[in-house]
Design a binder for this molecule. Structure first.
Ligand code: RIB
Ligand code: CA
Length: 317
């Protein structure tokens, strides 16, 4: 059993990642969710995280609102991909569950100080503002983090929001530099691997064929947000970015990568947020992250679909 905190900016793909975690209680103990500004403003990411928990019948999961803007840049959002609500696609009810009182950063700090050292993994699915703010405000917690597993960055796939940078890192490059310089064990799921986890019609129809509210919502989220990637990349489907983070925790054997040095561009406006990954080890910079490059995509989708099937309303079949 691994204790995790999910830091997230839902976002349809974040939503699927949260559902996968909630569908895996044997392996993952979700201590709480911290929302961060990213795909859409904080008020919406904090609302969407609760919508997803209630869709899974888990209104008990602590959801905390975190930072509403990057450390030093203006917020850049991605409504062009995720829609104005951030969860466009299905029509889902507004959340009944309330946000918890503590700020998301305080929740991260307090949880890490409470739990035994080395027993909590941070799963970051959005800009790294909350994690970086927690590490700056409470440096003592860095040694207590078991591991950070994050979706962000790119090397061979280069950028998706600029020619040089992936969205999560681009939005808050200063926060990313703090996280990658923290000395904590980090596993990165960059575009290099998430662009191999593409939805296809058959994979989306397998979600819909579950015949449950979760299956329908995941299919309709995918129907909505894949239009952006299909237009841009001419691909058959869209990359399911964030669920790769949870899938790596559950089934690391489906992935491969390298332990390399990754630095973040924080100065140049042209390449802001670029993850300068020393994949070919051409420098003597010390490795600081396991950078994932490959996935068994069919096994990923088969296992994801099987797990989502478990999130059925009580007694429904
Ligand atoms: O670049 C993809 C990442 O940016 C994903 O986490 C997506 O949800 C957005 O946050
Ligand atoms: Ca995200």
């Amino acid at each position: 059993m691994r204790k995790i905190i999910i830091d997230t900016d839902p976002g349809q793909d974040d939503a699927v990642a949260i559902l996968l975690a909630l569908a895996s209680p044997q392996e993952l103990d979700l201590l709480g969710i911290t929302a961060v500004a990213g795909n859409v403003p904080l008020e919406l990411t904090a609302k969407n995280a609760r919508i997803v928990c209630e869709l899974a019948g888990r209104a008990d999961v602590p959801v905390h609102a975190g930072c509403d803007r990057p450390l030093s840049h203006d917020l850049v959002t991605a409504e062009h991909v995720h829609g104005r609500s951030g969860l466009d696609g299905p029509t889902l009810p507004d959340p009944g569950m309330a946000l918890r009182d503590a700020h998301g950063v305080d929740f991260i700090i307090e949880t890490l100080r409470r739990e035994p050292p080395g027993t909590v993994t941070l799963c970051a699915l959005g800009p790294l503002t909350n994690l970086a703010t927690a590490f700056r405000r409470a440096p003592d917690i860095c040694a207590r983090v078991q591991q950070i597993v994050l979706m962000g960055g790119a090397y061979f796939q280069v950028g998706n929001i600029t020619p040089a940078a992936e969205f999560n890192i681009y939005v808050d490059p200063d926060a990313a530099a703090i996280v990658f310089g923290s000395g904590i064990s980090i596993t990165v799921l960059p575009l290099d691997v998430t662009h191999k986890a593409l939805t296809t019609r058959a994979r989306v129809e397998a979600f819909r064929a579950l015949g449950t509210p979760v299956g329908r919502a995941v299919a309709e989220w995918t129907d909505f947000f894949e239009r952006f990637d299909k237009e841009k990349y001419g691909s058959e489907g869209a990359p399911l970015h964030d669920p790769c983070v949870i899938a790596w925790l559950l089934w690391p054997e489906l992935f491969s990568g390298r332990f390399i040095n990754v630095e973040i561009e924080t100065v140049s406006p042209l390449t802001r947020g670029m993850t300068v990954a020393d994949w070919w080890r051409v420098t003597d910079r010390a490795p600081n992250a396991t950078f994932i490059g490959d996935i068994d995509a069919q096994a990923f989708f088969d296992r994801l679909t099987e797990r989502l099937a478990r999130l059925a309303p009580q007694g429904a079949r």
